[in-house]
Design a protein around this ligand. Structure first.
Ligand code: UDP
Length: 234
């Protein structure tokens, strides 16, 4: 697989064309940002760890019937993916209250939510990725109702699968963010799933093993990502 022109560079990843028009290379960087890039830094080897963690999770989800953009891991920092057209909506699923839910709605961190909470944010850096509802998504023609229904169904299925997957590794899946893409007329899972995009708390100790260590300067960021990698690799 030949790596060609760079087509996109985001905060944590770069996308390159390949010699196959239907495939891209997703390259994972060590750069870390939080609070819509107000806080910036790097985490040593985060890209390597997130590539490997994402690979394990995509392989698990595929084995459970979820269609993803994942094709294969090419190197420490590179993943071969299907070229999709990204739906410009970030989908957040929450099981316990944390982060912006606590800030925005005054809920105590760690409160168990009696239902899984689905949230949507408009992928617009210039607007700071604002929260939006289903009517906004349809009215702005970001997705059709049929696509949105599919996205919600897949997101909830992924929540059930990943909650169990992480519980087996003694980790509680508090919340996470997904992105979806259009591929051959359908909707498939895209982007990455890693401690950058999930909150994971160790069961029993409540130890944060995710990007909150970077966001809130809790220290041992690299060690936390490494711990997640070693658990998903078992
Ligand atoms: N999240 C993400 N990218 C974003 C915003 C959120 O991956 O641009 C993830 C985040 O890591 C967490 C979940 O989505 O697992 C919910 O994030 P929240 O809105 O609480 O984020 P905060 O504002 O606290 O960073």
């Amino acid at each position: 697989m030949e790596k060609r022109d760079k087509i996109y560079e985001g905060k944590a990843k770069i996308l390159y064309k390949t010699d196959d028009p239907d495939k891209l290379i997703q390259y994972f960087k060590d750069d870390a940002t939080a609070f819509n890039a107000a806080k910036k830094g790097t985490v040593v080897d985060k890209g390597v760890m997130n590539n490997k963690i994402s690979t394990k999770i995509f392989e698990f989800l595929e084995s459970e019937g979820i269609v993803t953009h994942y094709e294969k891991m090419l190197s420490d920092r590179e993943m071969l993916i299907k070229k999709v057209s990204i739906v410009p909506v970030e989908v957040v699923v929450r099981n316990k209250a944390a982060g912006s839910l606590c800030r925005n709605l005054g809920v105590e961190e760690g409160k168990k939510l009696p239902i899984s909470v689905l949230e949507f944010c408009y992928k617009r850096d210039d607007l700071n990725d604002p929260l939006m509802n289903e009517c906004h998504i349809i009215a702005l023609e970001l997705a059709t109702q049929e696509e949105l229904d599919k996205i919600k169904e897949i997101a909830l299925k992924i929540n059930a699968l990943m909650s169990k997957f992480f519980a087996n590794l003694n980790l509680e899946l508090i919340d996470f963010k997904l992105e979806f893409g259009r591929f051959k007329g359908g909707i498939i899972l895209a982007d990455e799933i890693s401690p950058d995009t999930c909150r994971l708390w160790e069961i029993g100790t409540g130890k944060r093993l995710d990007k909150d260590r970077f966001r809130h300067d809790l220290g041992n960021v690299e060690e936390a990502y490494q711990e997640v990698l070693s658990r998903v690799s078992k």
